[in-house]
Design a protein around this ligand. Structure first.
Ligand code: COA
Length: 350
């Protein structure tokens, strides 16, 4: 690639320049709705209890938008404004938008363009990522490649979800609806010439399990008229094979964390902070035990917000960052697993 005729000098220079560019997280922010929904609140809607939810998931509270006029893109905008301020850049310095969500405002267009409109910024590109709980890591990986190639300098990456409107809050839907919360998190990914920044990202998928955690309808396979014609068909509610998801999650989390570390010749002891996607506290605890990590090496905040899918990592990352849990040169590992199945990790030298 770098030895084309007559241009050896120039291509070697280009390669050197590319090698020097790394991407880093330069700003973070999150937004959650004010409306706190406790486990006791849920037990008024369905046959469940604080004990069941706490023991099985670790969740105590979650935020649901309630009657507030919030949308996925609006919550993403509030989180983005905080991340832009934290990065100390002008919003017009952003070159590209990546919006990760499984609960977009519209079927189409995606929420990225709505974020561009809400922020009132110039006509930059906006990409929507549909990778559910792994959405933030997938988005981070895309941002990392664009920055390393030299194409963009500042990318706005947002994960935002409104689950509450799409959950079956009757007893029938209780194994899913108690887990999910609404929220948004945002990061500015910027180019840097420092050796600190994103060291690697690794992404995976296994589509044979696509229907084990999914919302099947409405979609091109089942348009609205088909749903209406079968009153007993309720597959517009999320379906989750909880036990199967749990078993796969713990295996994939471990694999992809190790894969990321090995890529940079790092060991588990080198991890300063692991921020797993906040799927279920028991999953995080299982991984912590398996990897023999101390309590101070793993960050969890699912107790407060529930599982916010694509928003969970940027919300947790922002809270960890605001609590001064990360110091310069710390090795921060992000990892996620979710619907698809998809999973991934990012290793960052802070
Ligand atoms: N409240 C009270 N009881 C409930 C309940 C609720 N919210 N949800 C389910 N139950 C009941 C079930 O009906 C079942 O009752 P039964 O034994 O009389 O049939 C019993 O609790 C056990 O259900 P089960 O589904 O086997 O529980 P579990 O131990 O597997 O826990 C999950 C369920 C969902 C908490 C668990 O499977 C899990 O965390 N999976 C991973 C989910 C996840 O992380 N998803 C996100 C991935 S990104």
């Amino acid at each position: 690639i770098y030895q084309t005729k007559n241009t050896d000098k120039m291509t070697i220079l280009t390669k050197l320049q590319i090698d020097m560019i790394r991407s880093k997280i330069s700003g973070l922010g999150f937004f959650v709705p004010e409306n706190v929904v406790s486990n006791d609140d849920l037990s008024k809607l369905m046959d469940t209890s604080n004990d069941w939810i706490s023991e099985r998931t670790g969740i105590k509270n979650r935020r649901w938008v309630g009657d507030k006029k919030l949308t996925t893109s609006l919550m993403g905008t509030y989180a983005a404004e905080k991340a832009i301020a934290d990065a100390g850049i002008d919003k017009n310095d952003i070159d590209f938008i990546i919006f990760s969500t499984l609960s977009p405002d519209y079927y189409f267009p995606g929420s990225g363009v709505l974020l561009q409109r809400n922020l009132g910024i110039k006509e930059i590109g906006a990409l929507d990522v549909r990778n559910q709980c792994s959405g933030f890591i997938y988005g981070l990986s895309i941002a990392d490649q664009y920055i390393k190639s030299g194409m963009y300098k500042n990318i706005l990456l947002v994960g935002s979800e409104i689950h509450s409107g799409g959950l079956d809050k009757s007893t029938k839907g209780r194994s899913v609806s108690v887990i999910f919360g609404d929220g948004a998190g945002a990061a500015i990914i910027s180019s840097t010439k420092s050796e600190n920044g994103i060291l690697s990202t690794h992404l995976h998928s296994e589509g044979k399990y696509a229907e084990e955690l999914a919302v099947i309808k409405p979609a091109t396979t089942h348009w609205i008229d088909k749903i209406k014609s079968d009153q007993n068909d309720e597959s517009f509610w999320p379906y989750m094979n909880g036990n199967f998801v749990f078993k796969n999650a713990v295996v994939r989390f471990e694999q992809v964390i190790k894969e990321g570390l090995e890529h940079s010749n790092l060991n588990l002891e080198d991890i300063s902070l692991l921020i797993p996607h906040q799927a279920n506290l028991r999953i995080s605890q299982f991984i912590q035990k398996k990897l023999k990590l101390s309590d101070s090496q793993v960050f969890n905040n699912i107790m407060k917000y529930g599982n916010t899918t694509a928003a969970s990592i940027p919300i947790a990352l922002t809270e960890a960052y605001q609590s001064n849990l990360k110091k310069k040169n710390d090795i921060v590992v992000l990892a996620a697993f979710g619907s698809g199945f998809t999973w991934g990790s990012a290793v960052i030298k802070w």
